[in-house]
Design a protein around this ligand. Sequence first.
Ligand SMILES: [Fe+2]
Length: 241
Amino acid sequence: MLDFHSHLLPGIDDGSRNIEMSVGMLNMWKEQGVSIVCATPHFYADSMSPSRFLDRRERSYFSLIEALKNSTYPRIYKGAEVHYFRGMSSSEDIGRLCLQSTKLLLVEMPFHEWSDYMIREISELRSMGFIPVAAHIERYMSGQPGKKIDALLDTGIMIQCNAEFFLSLRTRRKALSMLADRKIDFLGSDAHNLSSRMPNLGDAYKIIRKKLGDDSLLHIRKNEKMLTDAWQLTRSTEEAL
Ligand SMILES: [Fe+2]
């Protein structure tokens, strides 16, 4: 299992507060059988430059890796949850915020109504070769007019949903139906801590496997391969140097 969306790294956003909490979260993922966790701290362009963000992310990542030495934990891929900002399609740094060394860019859309300009910028990113992935799309479905959701999907954006979408009895039927129709491309926990927003991807997988069977996850696995292949390629390149 791969968790596409989490706030695992310590002390960088409103997720894990410190190394102990991050280690606790990694233990929960490990117990659930999750082998890869994408660390996607919030990036807000109006509060920090990409360079400063990436510098802070590196320091947070290495402090955690140092603490994990000699232990077995899920592998961590680095990325960001980029809050939509005006001009993101013309930002020279946008590629540096993609996940691992792929073109996958996790985008958090605003919770107010999306303008046509926003949709055009997402479309522009797609035509530039990036693969925007809309974070937790289920959280927008009741707040946006249907035509805005359709317009966003028409840009070719990929879709990430949170485990909670499957765990809540209120939304489970909709979540399973979207997954069966291959309308979900990635799954994540969006975990922030050990209690109120804890790693819970394993529980969602149990429900999916029970209700739809393992084959329903083939589409997700195919997409996740973009990340595992990129990681493998980076590793082979590093080893060759
Ligand atoms: Fe998030």
